[in-house]
Design a protein around this ligand. Structure first.
Ligand SMILES: [Zn+2]
Length: 379
């Protein structure tokens, strides 16, 4: 996720917050301080309500973080690679690399988060009811408990990408043993649910409940887009299953030396070959990636004074994959800019260049194979 700030690590898992998170904390604090707490716990000062609001909002996100840690720790137990946890506009998200090995793994990872939320919500509500606490503390504790349980119900709706949707996906996958069918079915239900929220939100909006309506529309839009992306991603991974980077890459691409001047590059290399991207090598080792557009954007007068090294994207900023890596794993590396990866072998030699279009072409070809020439295509 772009524009996120790293907070640190918990149990080795990287935690970051997206800028939209600050927006939600502010909105939530405000709404709690001016409306929820004055209504539920009357008779306190404005300062007390603002403090309650801020503490409750932060603790709310702490409980979401625990929920995501539940997913992540179970994932680690099941050998799923974890990229990290990000808090953002719609709560939290635990990011994993690659696909779930089996429906069992998917089910266990998906259920772990809701179990954490159930424990937190249940414990807080019980605490608020059983022990006489000062009113302001009780207000925060009870609200936190109730909001966690409310969230749990929403979270368990059987709509991808919600946890309930993931559980449904795992069950469907187990029942028929057909990953694609399970993904399309769970994805369609998720998208349908997203549209339902958009419809409901629109009605609320015009019925005079502007803010809630708008929020539901945004949430619904996010859900249906995420459900669609999930189906697309799984289709792509299935198409790439069993194929390696070596099969899809362009082998032995035209390279340029790092100390060549941009003028010579334009005259000798670019004129002759006309690619958009060139791997850069130095002393036989790959050191970066030069794009034709980067050179073309520089003033012509500077071409003879500057080298390729000054213009290239250094290797640290370019995805690097191994030739024997799974092509579907490499797809993850190509979703950010630049949509190209250097293919480098164990001896640190450049063996190829892999672009997102190479991968997409392979996916398309696989789809064509599966559906034949169109006469047998399913409706
Ligand atoms: Zn979850």
């Amino acid at each position: 996720m772009t524009s996120s700030i790293r907070l640190g690590r918990i149990a080795g898992i990287e935690i970051s917050v997206n800028w939209t998170w600050f927006l939600v904390v502010i909105l939530m604090t405000w709404s709690l301080a001016v409306s929820v707490f004055p209504h539920d716990n009357p008779g306190h000062s404005d300062a007390a309500y603002w403090l309650m609001g801020l503490i409750a909002a932060l603790l709310f996100f702490a409980s979401i973080l625990l929920h995501e840690l539940g997913h992540a720790l179970q994932a680690r137990r099941d050998d799923v690679a974890i990229e990290g946890i990000t808090l953002w506009l719609f709560g939290g998200v635990a990011r994993f690399r690659g696909m779930y090995r089996s429906p069992g793994v998917e089910f266990r990872v998906a259920i772990a988060g809701p179990v954490v939320t159930l424990v937190i919500g249940g414990a807080l509500v019980a605490l608020g009811a059983a022990i006489p606490l000062p009113d302001v503390v009780d207000g925060v504790v009870t609200w936190l408990g109730v909001i966690n349980l409310t969230l749990l119900v929403f979270n368990l709706l059987p709509a991808l990408p919600l946890d309930g949707g993931r559980l449904l996906h795992a069950v469907l996958w187990r029942l028929r043993g057909d990953l694609m069918w399970a993904t399309r079915t769970a994805g369609a239900i998720g998208a349908g649910f997203g549209w339902l929220l958009i419809g409901g939100g629109t009605v609320l909006f015009f019925a005079g409940n502007g803010f809630s309506g708008l929020w539901l529309v945004v949430l619904g839009w996010f859900l249906q887009a995420a459900a669609g992306a999930e189906v697309q991603q799984t289709t792509a991974r299935e198409a790439l299953r069993g194929r390696t980077v070596r099969e899809l890459m362009v082998a032995d691409p035209v390279t340029v030396p790092a100390n060549m001047t941009l003028g010579r590059f334009m005259d000798d290399v670019a004129q002759r070959t006309r690619y958009t991207t060139y791997p850069v090598v130095d002393d036989g080792h790959p050191v970066g990636l030069l794009t034709f557009s980067c050179v073309a954007e520089r003033p012509r007068a500077r071409w003879d004074g500057e080298t390729v090294r000054a213009c290239m994207l250094p290797r640290e900023r370019v995805p690097v994959v191994s030739p024997d890596e799974d092509a579907s794993e490499a797809l993850d590396a190509l979703t950010d800019d630049p949509r190209r990866a250097l293919v480098i072998d164990d001896a640190d030699r450049l063996v190829g260049l892999l672009s997102i279009s190479d991968v997409l072409r392979a996916i398309e070809r696989s789809a064509l194979r599966r559906y034949g020439n169109g006469h047998t295509a399913p409706a």
